[in-house]
Design a protein around this ligand. Structure first.
Ligand SMILES: [Fe+2]
Length: 307
């Protein structure tokens, strides 16, 4: 099915009727065969606080108990994506709405709630098989945030922990799931140089983006820093290690994020950025992007053995 502006307007109207009210992207879970690699990558290079949890690493970005979970596994890749709702009532309404539309939802076990550090959660899969988790009550950490190396901090709060970008063979087949069912709103979209659709849940320009590619799964997750110098210093460190830069420093045309991309030990990219725009939903008008995806930079670097 071809995508055109009429489809987007229809999806936009449906998303406004959704009874699922996602506030933000709360956490991301990944699988890794090598936790040591993540201790180095997330901690020493990117400055996240690392906490040991049995067979997982909890990566902290702020006052919450964790924002990225890396679970020791036989394989690498993105594993689950947690979206925050306001409270238990909102969560119940969302679950009933999804069940009413035929989505198979699963209530989290006690172990899963403990592992995620949330009050309540249920999960289901999107049409591409990505495991999505809707939750409320991500616990605060007992200790203040302590980055692994000096930095000003990560921009989170009401904007959430960043954004995720999923690859898929057909955006048109998946988009209604995110807009109609999950209630995310269209920010903008591109047809060239590749098809991409950007969706927001709050003032962050996008919390989720869909890009068209032969593969399905997590393309990258983005975390945003409070200081440009924090990004520059991480870039210096990442550049020192052969094959780690996925895309050079650059600035995106739509969300204005000034960022670079690095290959995580889980095989997906981490975008490390600063300066993302906040949008005002009252005046925001979605449009087709004419230029992009970057104003400058973001040259892709291929790396052997990476996905
Ligand atoms: Fe991104």
């Amino acid at each position: 099915m071809a995508i055109n502006h009429r489809h987007f307007i229809a999806a936009q109207k449906l998303s406004q009727m959704s009874t699922v009210h996602i506030e933000s992207l709360g956490y991301v879970g990944g699988n890794a065969t090598d936790l040591d690699g993540w201790r180095h990558f997330g901690g020493e290079l990117l400055g996240m606080q690392i906490e040991e949890r049995d067979t997982s690493l909890a990566l902290r970005l702020d006052d919450r108990c964790q924002r990225i979970l890396v679970d020791l596994s036989a394989s690498n890749g993105g594993a689950y994506y947690g979206f925050q709702l306001s409270d238990g009532d909102a969560l119940d309404a969302a679950r009933l709405a999804l069940q009413g539309r035929g989505v198979a939802v699963h209530i989290a076990s006690v172990e899963e709630l403990k592992h995620r550090g949330v009050e309540a959660m249920f999960h289901f899969v999107d049409p591409c098989g990505n495991r999505l988790e809707l939750f409320c009550g991500l616990a605060a950490a007992e200790e203040p945030f302590q980055p692994s190396r000096p930095l000003q901090g990560f921009r989170t709060g009401e904007l959430g922990m960043g954004h995720v970008v999923f690859s898929m063979p057909s955006i048109a087949e998946v988009l209604p799931f995110y807009t109609d069912l999950l209630g995310l709103r269209l920010s903008d979209y591109a047809e060239e140089p590749f098809k991409a659709t950007f969706l927001h849940a709050n003032a962050r320009h996008h919390s989720v983006a869909l890009i068209e590619s032969a593969k399905s799964g997590l393309h990258h997750l983005m975390v945003e820093l409070l200081s440009l110098d924090d990004v520059g210093q991480a870039y210096d460190k990442v550049k020192e290690e052969e094959g780690l830069v996925g895309a050079t420093l650059g600035r995106h045309t739509n969300d204005y994020m000034l960022s670079f991309y690095a290959w995580s030990p889980s095989g997906f990219l981490v975008e490390y950025g600063w300066g993302g725009r906040a949008i005002d939903e009252a005046t925001w008008r979605p449009e087709r992007l004419q230029h992009g995806p970057s104003l400058w930079g973001h040259e892709r670097r291929c790396c052997i053995n990476r996905v």
